[in-house]
Design a protein around this ligand. Structure first.
Ligand SMILES: [Fe+2]
Ligand SMILES: [Fe+2]
Length: 167
C-alpha cells in the first residue's frame, strides 16, 4: 500500500462513497454503517487538518484560501453528520432527508478537495515529502480512530466548539 498522502486521502474518499451506498440501502444495518462512517469521516477530516492542511499551506503553489475553505467544509460536514446521528429512527423520512443532506455536503467537499488541494499538492509537493505527509496523516488518523471520534456526544462537542470559534 502506498504511503503517498494523496493516495491515502483518495482511498478514504472511496470508502465514504461505499458507506453512502450501504446507507442508502434500506435492508442494510444502517446504524452500524453510520457508526463506521461517522468515525472515519471525523478521523479523516481531523487528520487532514492536523497534518496535511498546515503542511500544504507552507507550499507557495498551494492556495491558502482553498485550504482554509476545506476546513470550513469539514465543519459543515460535521454539522450534517450530527443532524443525521440525532435522528433515531433509521426508517423515517427525516433520516432519509438528513442522509441526502450529508451525502451532498460530503460529496461537494470531496470533489472540491480532489480538484483543488490534491491537484495542487501533486504539482507542488515532491514524492518524498508526500510519503512523509502520508505517514503523519496515517498516524494521526489511527490515533483518532482508536478514540471513536464519531460517537454522538463527541460530534456534538466538535460542532459546538466550531460554532464558538466562528462566533
Ligand atoms: Fe479528504
Ligand atoms: Fe477534507
Amino acid at each position: 500500500m502506498s504511503s503517498d498522502v494523496i493516495d491515502l486521502i483518495l482511498s478514504d474518499h472511496r470508502r465514504f462513497e461505499d458507506l453512502f451506498r450501504g446507507l442508502r440501502d434500506r435492508s442494510s444495518d444502517r446504524s452500524g454503517l453510520l457508526g463506521e462512517l461517522s468515525d472515519v469521516l471525523v478521523a479523516h477530516a481531523n487528520a487532514e487538518e492536523k497534518e496535511v492542511y498546515p503542511a500544504l499551506r507552507r507550499f507557495r503553489k498551494v492556495d491558502d484560501e482553498e485550504v482554509e475553505h476545506g476546513a470550513e467544509e469539514h465543519a459543515e460536514g460535521h454539522q450534517a453528520l450530527l443532524a443525521l446521528l440525532e435522528v433515531d429512527d433509521t426508517e423515517s423520512q427525516d433520516w432519509e432527508d438528513q442522509l441526502e443532506e450529508l451525502v451532498e455536503t460530503i460529496n461537494h467537499h470531496v470533489d472540491e478537495e480532489e480538484r483543488t488541494i490534491l491537484n495542487e499538492a501533486r504539482e507542488a509537493v515532491s514524492e518524498e515529502r508526500r510519503a512523509e505527509l502520508g505517514e503523519a496523516f496515517s498516524a494521526a488518523r489511527v490515533g483518532e480512530l482508536d478514540d471513536h471520534p464519531g460517537r454522538l456526544d463527541r460530534v456534538r462537542e466538535l460542532v459546538s466548539r466550531t460554532h464558538n470559534r466562528v462566533d
